[in-house]
Design a binder for this molecule. Structure first.
Ligand SMILES: Cc1ncc(COP(=O)(O)O)c(C=O)c1O
Length: 357
């Protein structure tokens, strides 16, 4: 049965709110009213602007590519969907990492792909098992799908491994979709895989690292012929992006340093806090948080859905249970929230964990 929805996204949107929600995966929202904007800047002339050139140029400059490689989309979500829809059809073989961000699986399933999985082993820092992958690919393989940084673990796939990935994909004539929505929170930031070869198709947005999810400013980077196909495909889906949002995204790109502000220091502080918390607990095991906005510890107590239930019932706190990432004994923790929220949330998490001892 092909997927007709993302189970995870529905849960993420409509779960019961709690005070110390360590379920998020983006930095605090940036207030657009801090930017010097007047209503005239929004150019509300009623028209839509196909392939709006200033935004395409801004994204191209940000990614360090020419605008002919840029396709705009509503968030990384739509970018992933458009990219997949241009690359695969019913029955095509697609290899997707495990664990992964569930909507990637659901989108491939919706498109009728024959999905196979390759593992990222927690014992090896959630790195991609390139040997396993090499044995799985064949001339039937159309697409490999990875996240970099990895959601849920924030593991970074280095350029050397990306090049090996390209070699493996190249033997089958397959492409590689790299969801890079967390990449700008690598320490230090890394360039997009688009620079490493024509096999790569990369997606990203202003959501996670820039706190501008409301703008839905996403994009796909791909070689020009493929980019053109994706623009054409978008004529079936949304035709154009909302123009005021395109204008606001251009303004945000112009002021990106201000948008980023203190976020790298916030993330560094939160990662240190989280690392110290894990080090203090015998029932948790987690690679050191060096990059990214989320972490994915293993709990020796078993099914983390029970832990989340207790957190919600007694502690007004929540984490993302590992079942959403096909690893029930892990859970995901948000490192992008304000530090006082994380501190209190971790304290409550510790108390809940103690109850299971
Ligand atoms: C790997 C990954 N891709 C895409 C998204 C969605 O991003 P956007 O808001 O840009 O659609 C998320 C959000 O959790 C994510 O984790």
């Amino acid at each position: 049965m092909r997927a007709m929805q993302s189970e995870y996204m529905h849960w993420a949107k409509f779960k019961k709110p709690v005070r110390f929600a360590l379920t998020g995966s983006e930095v605090p929202h940036f207030r657009m009213d801090l930017l010097p904007i007047s209503i005239a800047d929004l150019d509300l002339d009623g028209a839509s602007h196909p392939r709006y050139v200033p935004l395409r140029d801004s994204i191209a400059a940000h990614a360090g590519v020419g605008p002919e490689r840029v396709v705009a989309a509503d968030g990384t979500s739509m970018a992933n969907f458009v990219a997949m829809a241009a690359l695969i059809g019913p029955g095509d073989e697609v290899l997707i990492e495990r664990p992964t961000y569930e909507p990637l699986l659901a989108a491939a399933s919706f498109l009728g792909a024959n999905i196979r999985r390759f593992d990222r082993d927690p014992k090896r820092g959630f790195t991609i098992d390139l040997d396993q992958l090499a044995t799985m690919t064949s001339d039937r393989t159309r697409l490999l799908v990875v996240t970099n940084l990895h959601n849920p673990s924030s593991a970074l796939t280095a350029e050397d491994d990306l090049r090996l990935l390209a070699e493996i994909a190249g033997r089958s004539g397959a492409r590689i979709l790299v969801d890079e929505v967390y990449l700008d929170s690598a320490v230090p930031p890394k360039r997009s895989a688009i620079h490493l070869g024509a096999e790569f198709v990369c997606t990203n947005s202003l959501t996670k690292v820039y706190g501008l999810s409301g703008l839905r400013c996403g994009w796909i980077l791909a070689e020009p012929e493929l980019a053109e196909r994706m623009w054409r495909l978008n004529d079936l889906f949304g035709v154009n992006q909302a123009h005021p949002a395109e204008r606001l995204a251009c303004i945000a790109f112009e002021q990106l340093d201000m948008v980023v502000g203190d976020v790298p220091r916030l993330l560094q502080r939160n990662r240190s806090l989280f690392n110290a918390f894990v080090a203090s607990r015998e029932d948790l095991d987690c690679m050191t948080a060096e990059h990214g906005i989320v972490a994915f510890p293993r709990w020796s107590g078993g099914d983390t859905a029970l832990l989340d239930d207790l957190l919600r019932e007694r502690y007004d706190t929540a984490v993302v249970p590992g079942r959403w990432f096909e690893m029930e004994d892990h859970f995901r923790v948000d490192l992008g929230c304000p530090t006082d929220v994380l501190q209190e949330g971790l304290g409550r998490l510790g108390a809940a964990l103690d109850e299971f001892r």
